[in-house]
Design a protein around this ligand. Sequence first.
Ligand code: NAI
Length: 342
Amino acid sequence: MIISLFDVKPYDVPAFERYAKEYGAQIKYFDTKLNVDTAALADGSDAVCVFVNDDVNAEVIEKLSACGVKVVALRSAGYNNVDVKAAYKKIHVVHVPAYSPYAVAEHAMALLLTSVRRIHKAYNRTKDFNFSLGGLTGFDLHGKTVGVIGTGKIGKLFINICRGFGMNVIAYDAYPTAEGIDYVDLDTLYEKSDIISLHCPLTEQTYHLINAKAIEKMKRGVMIVNTSRGALIDAEALLEGIKARKIGGACLDVYEEEADIFFTDFSGHILSDDVLARLISMPNVIVTSHQAFLTEEALNNIAETTLKNVSSILTEGFCENELCYHCGNIEHCKKERKNRCF
Ligand code: NAI
């Protein structure tokens, strides 16, 4: 099988090459993102492999299909960048539902701890032999209330980590199925949480979930952690909330407009995104560039599952990690009934 892998980064290659041999795959690596202009590069490939900022819209799907591509393989869990409705009955879409939920949950806690104990400030100070403590006062996580939005694989692990710190956990999920979790409605979560951590997917319903109205309902000094998808937060409203001292801190691994910025070295350049630049300039904002997934374990799982997914579709016509716009819809989801998506 021939796979065109878009938006490749050096850290992707070793794991993909290791498993390519095992699955008899030939991989063509492109550092460009997949979009309407680059789709033709996939000509002659059986599959394309894409990441979170490749834009697989209806037009791209048409072009890929015309090139003979049969599978779009996401090497991510989230699939909001693929028009799965347009792909239905044209091209199979597969994803990696869980490559290391631990990596993301642990990163969320790493960001939170860094922020509340001012580790980012202390690190820079002691590097400069500045051993003063002024301005480094943090607060205990123990006894604080954390509101977790989305209690799937990552949300549940994050909850366990928080419980280990002796925090009170409340949660909101549109489909609350997890056992032993104190579910509340969103307004109650906003009202009671000292820390809010986002672990739900980006959908039409969750776009700008954290907006000016939601921020208004939150506690003064609330900390917001987002390791899920940037557009869950209205970044301008977040900035206003920080400027008004309503929001006490933000830990962001994802950003609404990250597609043309994250994963690239812009040091020495003028950052054209004013909102991001202003957020980064705030002492109580920590930004990592969509790094939560980036562990050895996750990279290996991503490569192995992606190649297995493509191979399953091409050889058996079925893959348990296939996605379509009916997936999750109990009435219409054929896969729930162990059939193919189409
Ligand atoms: P999951 O599918 O196991 O869990 C998602 C949860 O969100 C489910 O419980 C679902 O019921 C809930 N949900 C769906 N719609 C909702 C709504 N409108 N409001 C509240 N909850 C809602 O997904 P998983 O593996 O836990 O991943 C969560 C998200 O984390 C992914 O969608 C992805 O966007 C993000 N992610 C980020 C990574 C990073 O590197 N920063 C890496 C991997 C995932």
